[in-house]
Design a protein around this ligand. Structure first.
Ligand code: SF4
Length: 427
């Protein structure tokens, strides 16, 4: 469960491009600048190594991906129509120097839905070709489409975002680089702004000189929050927080390992079981907790052993230590300030730090007075004990932070506790 504030990333387009085009292309034997680096099946580590040893540049890598994408660039979806009749050929937008060709075969709805003749619902939006509103000579698929198995095509160059081809409105000369002179007469005004944006190759040529990458770092740490709750007077002295054991977080533990919870298990005498995400993982973890309680043990056990080790992911920890440092204090939704419970970027990465770049100052945003989030997150109250749960406060109209995210305690209780129906029936 994530109860920290939201993290926001501004990801440079080229990173998305590389992530998106890196996986589905079939082998064709394309090689990059060196005999040694092979694009097909290259891992991220292979790419890093090739760049570090001078075999490859960022721009060369993107160009290699573009060359491969061109070999397979095309439309693989067919229209779903009432009768499956063929349609005339129609030109699409220009990609890789030539207009996209749309399949002329269509698929009859009855081949996908055999008893379609009994359908009596609202009208179906069948597949059809229509001119784009920006340029009537360019056609586009609309409505229902279906993929073509083994089509050997993947329309990837739209994602690769190449100058001159990336927009129907501002295509060709209307997407000239600003340094190439004025736009042709009659170009829409928006193209003047559009052309200032670099394309994939230009972005790659910038290398690591990223100008548009900012991180608003609100990454929070699980062990300090756990210690805060287990160490609170309500838990330790007044016994008003009935916590018998803890289901430990799977994702977090993949990185930090199970070791950081050992202090909590020993100091606060509560069993901890790191759990996976499948329903059986959760049930097995609860059983392991019950067994510990029945046997009077309070240890850290690892149900998610297929992903989590005691020491965690050393490489990831090394990278985190290089990039982040601890904040002296951080305010958690519903829990208040917890010392050393969150990260911020180290000064050497200040150029990427949104707080420094944009002068973002922390502002406290108090919860609504009716909200019981703090008590719920500490375990002293259940969501339905909040007077406005499911009536005034719902996932569609959240009043407090526990209802905002689908992972929030109140939102999960609402979604999976059959309270949605109750709330809807009492409105
Ligand atoms: S139901 Fe809404 S108002 Fe009540 S505790 Fe949950 S988030 Fe806060």
């Amino acid at each position: 469960m994530s109860i920290g504030k939201t993290s926001v990333y501004f990801v440079p387009r080229v990173l998305l491009v590389l992530a998106l085009v890196g996986f589905p292309l079939q082998s064709q034997g394309v090689q990059t600048q060196s005999d040694r680096f092979q694009l097909e099946e290259a891992t991220i580590a292979d790419v890093h190594r090739a760049i570090q040893t001078g075999q490859l540049t960022c721009r060369g890598l993107v160009q290699a991906y573009i060359d491969r994408a061109k070999a397979y660039n095309g439309v693989s979806d067919r229209l779903v129509t009432r009768d499956g009749a063929s349609i005339p050929a129609s030109p699409g937008t220009v990609r890789a120097g030539s207009p996209l060709k749309f399949p002329t075969e269509t698929v009859a709805i009855s081949t996908l839905v055999p008893d379609f003749d009994q359908y009596a619902g609202p009208p179906i939006e069948f597949g059809r070709m229509e001119p784009t509103s920006s340029d009537p000579s360019v056609q586009q698929q609309y409505g229902m489409t279906v993929g073509t198995p083994n089509s050997g095509q993947i329309n990837a160059l739209g994602t690769l975002n190449l100058r001159g081809e990336r927009s129907v409105t501002c295509k060709g000369d209307r997407d000239r680089r600003p340094s190439d002179g004025p736009l042709p007469a009659g170009s829409p005004a928006v193209c003047e702004e559009f052309r200032k944006q670099p394309d994939a190759l230009e972005r790659a040529a910038e290398g690591l000189q990223l100008a548009n990458f900012s991180v608003f770092c609100n990454h929070v740490l699980t062990p300090p929050a756990m210690a805060e709750i287990l160490g609170s007077p309500q838990t330790r002295e007044f016994d008003t927080v009935p916590i018998d054991g803890i289901v430990g977080p799977g994702h977090v533990s993949c990185v930090i390992g199970s070791q950081p919870y050992e202090l909590a298990a020993v100091k606060y005498r509560r069993p901890v079981v790191i759990a996976g995400f499948e329903p059986l993982d959760v049930m097995q973890s609860v059983l392991m907790l019950v067994n510990q309680l029945n046997e009077g043990r309070h240890e850290v056990e690892n149900e998610y052993a297929r992903a989590v080790t005691r020491g965690g992911n050393a490489k990831a920890q090394e990278l985190i230590a290089d990039v982040f440092e601890l904040r002296r204090s951080f305010e958690w939704c519903g829990l208040g300030e917890i010392a050393y419970s969150a990260h911020k970027l180290k000064p050497k990465y200040e150029r990427f730090d949104a707080e420094a770049r944009y002068g973002i100052a922390y502002r406290q945003a108090p919860d609504n007075k009716a909200c019981e989030c703090g008590a719920i997150l500490r375990g002293t109250k259940k969501p339905r004990e909040c007077k406005v749960f499911g009536t005034v406060c719902t996932p569609e109209n959240p009043l407090g932070s526990c209802m905002v995210s689908s992972e929030g305690a109140c939102a999960a209780h609402y979604a999976y506790g059959r309270f949605r129906e109750i709330a809807e029936n009492t409105r």
